[in-house]
Design a protein around this ligand. Sequence first.
Ligand code: ZN
Length: 135
Amino acid sequence: MKVLKIDHLGIAVNSIEEAKKLFHHILGLEFEGTETVQEQKVTTAFFPVGDSEVELLESTAPDGPIARYLEKRGEGIQHIAFRVENLEEALAELKEKGIRLIDEKPRKGAGGAKIAFLHPKSTHGVLIELSERED
Ligand code: ZN
């Protein structure tokens, strides 16, 4: 498998509107609007930074994964996403090497990316997202 770059850092926040004050107004990162991924019960906002991005994640429901994360750990870095060349291939290789996968198959993420998560039990406690996209 080939990891191309850090695609983005995912940060769980209570409110994107509130966190935007820091990331957009104070740090001056470009704000590209929000997108809700209904299956994940999350609204995301991406802020490009050089070749990578910051992704803010706000829960849309009290039983969503981001709501549960915030309840347990509060706001903070929730995942790191690596861009890979070929997601299906990467997942097959990782599985073969004994890495626990949360997603055995790619699913649809924000911005039309194909994504899959690895289990933190297999990755030194860091939730790793792999993403593949065209641009
Ligand atoms: Zn992400």
